[in-house]
Design a protein around this ligand. Sequence first.
Ligand code: MN
Ligand code: MN
Length: 303
Amino acid sequence: MMDTNEIESYIKAGEIAKEVKKLVKAMVEPGTKLIDIAEAVDAMIEKLGGEPAFPVNLSLNEIAAHYTPTKNDETVAEGILKIDIGVAVDGFIADTAFSVDLTSDGEHKDMIELNEKILENITEIINPGMEVREIGDVAQDTLEKWDKENGTRFAIIKSLSGHALAQNMIHAGLTISNYRNENHKKLNDMAFAIEPFVTTGVGDIYEGNPGGIYVLQSDGAVRDRDAREVLKFIKEKYKTRPFCLRWLEKENFGKLKFVLGMLVRQGIIHEYPLLIEKSKAPVSQAENTFLSYDGKIINTTKE
Ligand code: MN
Ligand code: MN
């Protein structure tokens, strides 16, 4: 059973995430700097009384996830941009994403529409007591029907899934696949994210270079004085939530890049690799967070 604080925090995190989505939708245009979007997202979350649950993912084109800009990043919005926002209130998380087509000829419009349709159709069948596998059925049925009717060949990225959420935990054990599967687990008394990814490519991903997002991984000790300070800050401020360089750069730490490199090499922090579509084809993402409690399920992040 969830207590009142937990339920209220999940709901408040969702309310903040909705406001952040509105802000981003109003500001993203072809040529908008990703760093400007990221700074606006961070500021809005703070203003509304939340914390980022993870650095906003601003992943372009064939990059499915895990890119966040650094301070002097010149990367701009173009092609298709996935905006994946995480808000935490008392550690309880809202995780939501959408995709924007920034091409002049609407190249990715259909893919985004299909992706949203998959999420919408899943949302319609969500009910207490349902099994995880029902979500995969709906996702795959929706895609197959779309392809048949439109003569297209889209693919769901099978290695990217929805997931259970918990306090300060983005991935809390349960995986929610977006294709037919045999997971009979019920979605009772938990928060979870549903996030189908669609592509025109083969529908698989590989791990690329690091994308600027880190997370505390193990409890090892460090001798270096600067490293100890950085590690103490990370443990207190982000706990087990992912973080990024641009946040740490605001804190005036000594030799920060060196220290982060050292902590990564020692396995104390993990640096997430970019997730890139295997055939380098464009990828779309749509995601909402759901809260299952008291025999009902609500969508916390849908506008
Ligand atoms: Mn997400
Ligand atoms: Mn997610």
